[in-house]
Design a protein around this ligand. Structure first.
Ligand SMILES: [Zn+2]
Length: 327
C-alpha cells in the first residue's frame, strides 16, 4: 500500500494557519490545498467561491484536474460532496457521537466504543480514509511534491487522520496569543479575512455578522480549541509533532521555515522569496485571496481591545494564555 506523507496544522481557527500553509506550500517538495476537510457548508455557494489563484473554484484549471486524477485512482470526486470530512457520516446516532471536540483518552475510548456500534460509521470510516489518502496523493502528484499540508486545524479530524493506514502524519501545532485570536472571533470579517472587503466570506463579500461572538464566548472558544489540541497531542509520540508560534514565524519566517523543513525532512532553503509567486490553489481563510507576500505580524488587538474586553478574556482564558508565555 502506497503511503502519502501529510503534515497537519493543528490550531485554533484564526491563528495564522492559512498563511503558514501557503508558506510551506511554496516549497518545491511540499503541496497544499489548504483545508482538506472540504466542507460544502463552510465553502457556501461553490459557483461563487474563489480559489486562491483568483479564479472561481469551478473554473480553476487545477481543481478541474483533481476529479480526473482521483477517478484514475478509482475514487469519484466532486467539490460539492468531497467526502473527506469524518463527521459527514449519514446516521444521526453516529453524528451525535462524532460532534463533540476531542477530549481525554478515557472519553475518546467511550466515543470509539459508541461509534463501533454504528453500522453506518463502520461502513463510512474506511471510505473517508480512502478519500483523504487519495486526495492527498493526487494533490502531491499534480504538484510534483512529496508531502502534503492539511491546514484543517481541528483536533478531532487529526485523531482519524492519524489512524488512516495510507497516511504518514506529522503535526505542526500552531499557537497564537489568545487575545489576538479572540478579537478575530468577535469580528471575523474585519480581523480574519481578505484585506479587500469584496473578497471576504469566500470571495463573495459580506460582513459575516452571524459569526460574531462576545469576548466571553470568544475566550471560551479559544480555550476549548487549545485544550482539544493538548488532548490529541497527549497520545502522540514527541518526535511526530512540533510547536510553532504565529508571532515567531511572522517576525522571522526564514528561521521558522528552516525548523519546519528539517522536521518535515525536506530540503532546507528551497523557499522562494515571494511565496505568492508560486502557483497555489488553496481553500479556507480569506487571506489566501490577498496579493501581498509581505508577512506582517497582526497585533491589532493591542489597540482595539478595551479594558473590559481584556478583563473578560482574562477571566475565561487568561491563565491558559499565560501558560503559553503570553503575558
Ligand atoms: Zn486555483
Amino acid at each position: 500500500m502506497a503511503v502519502t506523507r501529510l503534515a497537519y496544522i493543528l490550531a485554533a481557527s484564526h491563528s495564522g494557519s492559512t498563511l503558514l500553509s501557503m508558506l510551506l506550500g511554496s516549497h518545491p517538495q511540499i503541496a497544499t490545498i489548504g483545508e482538506m476537510n472540504l466542507s460544502p457548508q463552510a465553502m457556501g455557494d461553490l459557483d461563487r467561491y474563489r480559489c486562491s489563484c483568483g479564479q472561481f473554484i469551478r473554473r480553476c484549471a487545477f481543481w478541474q484536474k483533481v476529479p480526473e486524477a482521483m477517478h484514475r485512482r478509482g475514487v469519484a470526486f466532486d467539490l460539492a460532496c468531497a467526502g473527506t470530512d469524518y463527521r459527514s457520516v449519514r446516521s444521526r446516532y453516529a453524528q451525535r457521537l462524532i460532534k463533540p471536540m476531542h477530549r481525554s483518552t478515557a472519553l475518546e475510548r467511550i466515543r470509539d466504543v459508541g461509534l463501533s456500534l454504528s453500522p453506518a460509521w463502520r461502513a463510512a470510516l474506511p471510505e473517508v480514509h480512502r478519500r483523504n489518502a487519495t486526495l492527498a496523493s493526487t494533490v502531491a502528484e499534480l504538484a510534483g511534491a512529496q508531502l502534503v499540508v492539511d491546514s484543517s486545524k481541528v483536533g478531532l479530524r487529526l485523531k482519524y487522520l492519524l489512524r488512516n493506514p495510507e497516511l504518514d502524519v506529522k503535526v505542526i501545532r500552531l499557537v497564537r496569543d489568545g487575545r489576538a485570536v479572540a478579537l478575530t472571533y468577535m469580528d471575523p470579517a474585519g480581523f480574519a479575512d481578505a484585506s479587500d472587503p469584496s473578497k471576504r466570506a469566500g470571495g463573495t463579500g459580506g460582513d459575516r455578522g452571524d459569526e460574531r461572538l462576545s469576548m466571553r464566548q470568544a475566550a471560551y472558544e479559544w480555550r476549548r480549541c487549545m485544550e482539544e489540541a493538548e488532548h490529541v497531542l497527549q497520545g502522540l509520540d514527541r518526535s511526530r509533532w512540533i510547536e510553532v508560534r504565529y508571532e515567531d514565524y511572522c517576525s522571522d519566517p526564514d528561521a521558522t521555515l528552516d525548523r519546519l523543513h528539517r522536521f518535515l525532512d525536506v530540503e532546507p532553503g528551497g523557499q522562494p522569496r515571494e511565496f505568492r509567486s508560486v502557483e497555489q490553489h488553496i481553500v479556507g481563510n480569506g487571506m489566501r485571496l490577498d496579493t501581498t507576500s509581505e508577512i506582517r505580524l497582526d497585533e491589532r488587538w493591542r489597540e482595539i481591545l478595551t479594558e473590559p474586553d481584556l478583563q473578560a478574556f482574562d477571566a475565561g482564558a487568561g491563565r491558559l494564555n499565560r501558560r503559553y508565555g503570553y503575558e
